[in-house]
Design a protein around this ligand. Sequence first.
Ligand code: AMP
Ligand code: MN
Ligand code: MN
Ligand code: MN
Length: 302
Amino acid sequence: MYDLHCHSHCSDGALAPTALVARAAERGVRVLAVSDHDSLQGLAEAGAAATQHGLTLVPAVEISCGWQKLEIHVVGLAVDPQHDGLRAGLAAQQQRRWARAEAISARLEEDGVAGVLTELKQRFPVAAPTRSHFAQLLVARGLVRDNDRAFARYLGRKGSSYVAAEWCSLAEGVGWIRAAGGVPVLAHPGRYGLSGSALDRLLDEFVAAGGQAMELSYPQLFPKEAQRLARSARARGLWASQGSDFHSPDQHWTELGKMPPQPPDVITVWQARPELFGLPSATLNKVDILNKDGNMAPDAQA
Ligand code: AMP
Ligand code: MN
Ligand code: MN
Ligand code: MN
């Protein structure tokens, strides 16, 4: 079982990397990508835990990118965590996150909610603060009942303390991942509320920038929508990825290793690039990675 998207407490997940890996192993995951938001902080600990539990840890990251006033998430699978260019890019993203956190805290202060950033730094020693951290603090203070309401009232697009972030461009995010030897994956493509033509534009730009895969299996993605997305993927020679996007055991609707089956007739990232997932390259005959036009899928030659 492959779970190629999840979060530790190094971003907005609830579990330490060690506990996350242990939970994944218990649930039958054999290949796990830990993909914290704009941070590689948890990967060393996750790698050590994976060795103990006999599962393959794929070093990953989920980068927030700006695209036409939207926030698009790109997961970088099997990146080199030591790559200077990737590290510099993520350092810039983290600065943007701290600047936004200060602005959110100032907006909350105007609403009479004081000292949230100070509390955030004490409670969550993270390199990349997220709105999810703010949501948890607002819930803990009893100002809202749950994270959803924290987003609705304060932090979401229509919330009183909403601050837009200045993320890197889609091309930059994809470029950092490729430079670091990773596979750029468009995360949860059905969650951006895009029309068919807008999704086509996004995918065309993603491919032009060097994007290679998209998630075609994740919680709440239903078969009909998955098949529509799979057609768009096949038309562009994009490989299929999958992940639970697990954050916390408290979110009963997600679990490590839990996601729908892949739609039919897709080439998965681990079939296309077995060597990145702890599999011998000989696992796959090259013939299997031809795309619908009989051409090699992007970079399958490598
Ligand atoms: P950020 O990347 O800092 O903008 O934070 C976004 C994170 O907050 C996402 O990765 C989700 O984990 C979480 N999130 C976004 N929207 C909601 C929502 N409506 N309710 C609960 N959590 C949310
Ligand atoms: Mn998150
Ligand atoms: Mn995401
Ligand atoms: Mn995620």
